[in-house]
Design a protein around this ligand. Structure first.
Ligand code: ACO
Length: 316
């Protein structure tokens, strides 16, 4: 599958910063337990007037402004979310309308939980074939606080809200290395969530085992498909589910930890938003240099898993 260059990035977090000490006033937990088990120091929750769409718009506007592109150059909008304002219209259609992108811009949502953003990039590749344009707006956006049981200490400590958006340019000279899989027979995460009436349930130990098994396999398969070794990619961004899962995978891969960007300490687990939020931070910190490559691997509810390799381009 044809690859993509990152042209620009943007992200947004809502206004309520929730520390571990704040959570310890709601459930029986403490900062030391949460940090040592998950690596999370704080996360953000939506306040009144904020939701998945306002976050998606914040991230998308920044990415578009930073790209130097005009609106009619965007060939599709794909949003990864499991917590959109509505089941329909999709968040992507609402973004298309608010950004006033042309009506012939294909726009749709992807629901594959925490693997959503990586899966959405592969969908964008197909949609660009339809629009005949070069640039895709791909967004990961979540209001997980909406589907989190704040009285369940095993899940409420993990999840946060946020959005990340990338503008990607089709690049015929590189391979996306896309690899994806699913196993719908195992409901160890998000066991049948229908908001607003139910919330994410998770078998934490089973998720840990699944994740530490699938992530290294998915990365290796993705790299093989992209025709690269781990040494040849400059960065790896894993879904920010839990720092202990990421650290465990790095050890299993016997890889240098500096290659694996982590920001979960100040975002929590934002599901489909975590990979683009991390890339947006790296972009703003000047860590991504033109010509570098970034492998992205995510796993999530479904169960699902997905990997791609993106290259780093520059603003037009
Ligand atoms: N604060 C304090 N104590 C807690 C908390 C908490 N927030 N949550 C659970 N405990 C207690 C338990 O009740 C238990 O007490 P007990 O021994 O008296 O019964 C003890 O801590 C140990 O509980 P475990 O569930 O065994 O804790 P574990 O060390 O496995 O850590 C965790 C739990 C962090 C959830 C771990 O299983 C994990 O990291 N799993 C992966 C989950 C994950 O990352 N999910 C991401 C979401 S899914 C996705 O992104 C795709």
């Amino acid at each position: 599958m044809t690859g993509f260059k990152i042209i620009s990035a943007g992200r947004a977090v809502p206004s309520r910063r929730i520390t571990n000490d704040d959570l310890s006033k709601i459930v029986d937990t403490n900062d030391e337990w949460i940090r040592s088990r998950t690596g999370i120091g704080c996360r953000y929750h939506c306040a009144d007037g904020e939701d998945t769409l306002t976050l998606a718009m914040g991230a998308a506007r920044r990415a578009l402004e930073n790209s130097g592109l005009s609106k009619d150059e965007i060939g599709c909008v794909v949003c990864a979310t499991i917590s959109g304002r509505y089941a329909t219209p999709s968040t992507a259609c609402l973004v298309q309308a608010e950004l006033e992108l042309p009506a012939d811009t294909p726009s749709l949502d992807v629901n594959s939980a925490c693997s959503g953003f990586v899966s959405a990039v592969t969908v964008a590749s197909g949609l660009l074939e339809i629009s005949g344009k070069k640039y895709a707006l791909v967004i990961g956006c979540e209001q997980l606080s909406r589907i989190t049981d704040m009285s369940d200490r095993s899940t409420c400590i993990l999840f946060g809200d946020g959005a990340g958006a990338l503008i990607l340019e089709k690049d015929e000279s590189v391979s996306l290395g896309a690899y994806m899989g699913s196993d719908g027979s195992t409901a160890i995460v998000a066991d049948g969530v229908n908001y607003p009436s139910s919330s994410i349930k998770m078998d934490g130990k089973a998720v840990f085992r699944f994740a530490t098994n699938i992530i290294p396999k998915c990365l290796n398969e993705t790299l093989a498909r992209a025709g690269k070794t781990l040494d040849e990619v400059d960065w790896v961004v894993f879904h920010q589910a839990n720092a202990r899962i990421i650290d465990h995978c790095i050890k299993k891969l016997a890889a240098p930890a500096e290659k694996f960007y982590q920001n979960i300490d100040h975002t929590g687990n934002t599901s489909g938003a975590s990979v683009p939020m991390a890339i947006s931070e790296m972009w703003d910190e000047g860590l991504l240099k033109e010509g570098q490559s970034v492998a992205c691997v995510a796993f999530g509810g479904g169960l699902t898993w997905a990997g791609i390799v993106l290259s780093v381009g520059s603003k037009k």
